[in-house]
Ligand binder design. Structure first.
Ligand code: FPP
Length: 263
């Protein structure tokens, strides 16, 4: 596994390549969630249209998926399109909706080969049928894979997701099948689109923005955050390894105490 990883890093021709950091398999975050931001600014800096930044960002998705898979990460969730992104110009939205197809049309054989399982979380309504069909095919082709879960958040919005969970619980209470006093956190968790997945251990947001933008608000309660100024198209294998190295130094206490202080 690591020979392949090191070879891939050596082959990488990214301009902003960073030195290979030593990452041991211990303490690799099981679930990494990424807010991929800065595509537009990357393009603007080069006097290119915004969509050129998104296209370059797709190449980063490929690199980061490969590395996450090689490192033995269980779940990689990528925020590819939010429920608020529909406010963008139609041309940009149309382009973004074509990216999953383009990505999967070239990368699906490798995902199958690498034992990656493709998943999607988000609202299906409003998504074009060609986008849904590309995802459906990829999910079907990879459904028995047992390696990395590559989870695209597409037309995803966390507040709506929580509201839907609450509505479902309220309906059960109204129907008399659920007692208010017995409602627990699990009742919410199991109604979210992440049902069955571990909560993210590490959240990365690129491009210097320091906010959550309606992303996994419930699921990120105890997640470690890593913000970097690097724009998503410039984010590379070294950037991910740096984030993981930093994550490994964190002292996750989940509200309690650890080590000597706990005694
Ligand atoms: C935010 O950057 C990025 C997005 C809204 C789209 C992210 C999509 C990709 C990286 C490609 C996804 C690829 C696949 C395969 C689904 P921005 O446009 O807001 O950047 P800006 O803040 O610099 O304008």
């Amino acid at each position: 596994m690591f020979n392949k990883l090191i070879k891939r890093m050596a082959d990488s021709s990214s301009e902003n390549r960073q030195p290979l950091l030593s990452v041991s398999t211990e303490e690799i975050p099981a679930h990494i969630a990424i807010i991929m931001d800065g595509n537009g600014r990357w393009a603007k800096k080069r006097s290119l249209p915004r969509i050129a930044g998104h296209h370059e960002g797709m190449k980063t998705v490929r690199k980061i998926t490969r590395l996450a898979s090689d490192l033995g990460v269980s779940v990689l969730t990528l925020y590819a399109f939010s429920t608020e992104n529909w406010k963008r110009p139609k041309m940009e939205v149309d382009f973004l909706m074509r990216l999953p197809e383009e990505f999967l049309s070239t990368f699906l054989p490798e995902l199958i080969e690498e034992n990656v399982r493709v998943e999607m979380m988000g609202y299906h309504d409003n998504l074009p049928s060609h986008t849904l069909e590309a995802i459906r095919k990829a999910k079907e082709a990879t459904k028995n894979n047992t390696g990395l879960v590559l989870n695209f958040a597409l037309n995803y919005g966390s507040r709506s997701e929580i509201v839907d969970a609450v509505k479902d619980i309220a309906a059960q209470v109204a129907a008399g099948t659920l007692d208010v006093a017995s409602i627990t956190e699990d009742h919410i968790s199991e109604r979210l689109m992440t049902k069955g997945l571990p909560e993210p251990d590490l959240l990365i947001r690129t491009s210097g923005e320091v906010r959550l933008s309606n992303f996994m608000l419930w699921q990120l309660a105890y997640t470690e955050f890593w913000f970097t100024d690097t724009l998503w198209p410039d984010f590379n294998e070294g950037s991910l390894l740096e984030a993981i190295e930093n994550y490994k130094q964190r002292n996750r206490r989940y509200g309690g105490l650890k080590g000597e202080d706990a005694n």
